[in-house]
Design a binder for this molecule. Structure first.
Ligand SMILES: Cc1ncc(COP(=O)(O)O)c(C=O)c1O
Length: 472
């Protein structure tokens, strides 16, 4: 293998060649150009590339190894030392900068584990075999016809969505859909959108980025407060009716009726974010999509981020026909459609029943994890309680009022437990009751009890309970 590195020397310089090579490599490592673990050329190769004798390079490498900049591993050559990867400063949960922790309880994290690799591969292969060369051109902006048909069937059957293939748009995740919707609404003169408070903090940012002002509306155990919503005078609202994010509340039947009535009476739009509707874990029937009550006023959005993997960047909308045309127009100004092979593979996954089977298995898996979390919270966090419906990948744990949420999150991190506090999701964090938003998918089941025991120790300065942390 012939590795190449951009290292030059100057014959005019009075500095010896060995020192020049040593200095260049050290500088590039310090500047971050040469990354930890980067493979460097062999001494023979570098000598040839630079035009010096091999002993010059051997000596330069030898010094850098002695100084700890490089490491030589028998059989795998010379590399920039791995230990030079300075750990990122732990800025707690700032997006993109995540402090290292043994137990990662962040809620947004469905892990790749559980992804139906074999079925996806089979479906992708079948899609690829069946693909017509014409299908590999730019896809229709709303998605491949075959997938839109499968999605319309699936959404009707599994979520009670009243739609047709022609009203479905395939998107690169709900985040993209939200950006498109806000742009379309803003072009029609809507400059404020009501949002549940608390809600997903990134969604507040996304909406703000397209120039629409988010208006917080409180949420209680029955979901969004529709009277408070009506009092804002807005003409659009974003809601998570099946499983409010993050509190877990399910919009009560009375509030569902009231929300739809408000939309009809005022001509307002409701954007329904059904982000984990596929993963209802309660014993009874899950509530059908709100969209079913008012398909002319509600835009339904779903995503594969919780059910399959967020890395797919895959989601869908079911929108009233007029709105869909406007969404397509807006989209045509900013992108050229979603990856067509992923679309065809997903259509196949739906068509042959693998998606339903996968969801059934995931629900069983998450039920067991959630039960484990419930036991652990009961045992190690006295006075705390999980609120809302059992669904999806996270639970909202309300803490007793005397608990200092920020201090608890900080102390938990010292014990290697990474968990966000509930206030992070509030538009007005100061007034919010203390809570934790606990994801149960990124740690093994056996780790949940251990992680919550650590939380318990951080919560009550003395360990809350003695003995081994084990999930019964
Ligand atoms: C409330 C909520 N909506 C939607 C999504 C999914 O967004 P996307 O489909 O862009 O991954 C998430 C993911 O974390 C979420 O928490």
């Amino acid at each position: 293998m012939s590795w190449h590195a951009l290292i030059e020397v100057s014959r005019e310089s009075e500095e010896p060649l060995t020192a020049q090579i040593e200095g260049r490599i050290r500088e590039e490592i310090s500047a971050g150009v040469l990354h930890p673990g980067t493979r460097l050329p062999s001494s023979r190769q570098l000598a040839e590339d630079v035009g010096v004798s091999r002993s010059v390079v051997v000596e330069a490498y030898g010094r850098l190894i002695a100084e700890g900049y490089l490491e030589a591993v028998r059989g795998s050559g010379t590399r920039v030392a791995h230990h030079l990867s300075a750990p990122a400063l732990p800025t707690l949960l700032d997006d993109g900068l995540v402090p290292p922790a043994r137990w990662d309880l962040r809620p947004e994290l469905p892990r790749g584990a559980g992804f139906p690799h074999r079925e996806w591969l089979a479906c992708y292969q079948r899609a690829l075999q069946a693909v017509d060369p014409g299908d590999l051109g730019y896809p229709p902006l709303s998605g491949a016809d075959g997938l839109r048909e499968e999605l319309a069937r699936y959404l009707g059957r599994a979520r009670g969505v009243l739609t047709t293939a022609g009203q479905v748009m395939v998107v690169s995740g709900f985040a993209q859909a939200l950006g498109l919707l806000c742009t379309v609404l803003s072009a029609s003169g809507i400059d404020r959108i009501a949002m549940e408070d608390p809600c997903h903090h990134r969604q507040r940012q996304f909406i703000g980025e397209v120039g629409v002002r988010p208006v917080p509306v409180p949420v209680d155990d029955e979901g969004i407060d529709v009277e408070a919503l009506a009092a804002t005078g807005v003409r659009a609202v974003l809601v998570t009716p099946a499983h409010q994010f993050p509190t877990g509340a399910t919009l009560s039947p009375a509030r569902r009726e009231a929300l739809v009535r408000w939309a009809r009476d005022t001509g307002a739009w409701v954007i329904e974010d059904d982000y984990d509707g596929d993963l209802w874990l309660e014993p009874g029937a899950r509530p059908p999509a709100l969209q079913r009550l008012a398909p002319d006023r509600v835009v339904y959005g779903g995503t594969a981020s919780k059910s399959l993997a967020p890395g797919l960047r895959f989601g869908w909308l079911a929108a009233p026909a007029g709105l869909l045309a406007a969404l397509e127009r807006t989209r045509s100004h900013r992108d050229l459609g979603s990856d067509v092979l992923t679309q065809l593979a997903f259509a196949e996954l739906l068509r042959c029943g693998h998606f339903d089977r996968h969801l059934r298995a995931r629900r069983d898996h998450y039920r067991r994890r959630r039960a484990c979390l419930e036991q652990a919270v009961h045992r190690f966090l006295p006075g705390a309680r999980i609120t809302g419906s059992a669904a999806g990948l996270h639970a909202y744990v309300r803490l007793p009022h005397r608990v200092d949420e920020a201090a608890l999150v900080g102390r938990a991190l010292e014990r290697s437990v990474l968990v966000p506090g509930g206030r992070r999701y509030h538009a007005r964090p100061e007034g919010a009751a203390p809570a934790l938003v606990v994801g149960y998918t990124a740690v093994p089941r056996t780790g949940i009890a251990e992680a919550v025991r650590e939380l318990g120790a951080a919560y009550a300065p003395k360990p809350a309970a003695a003995g081994a942390a084990r999930c019964a």
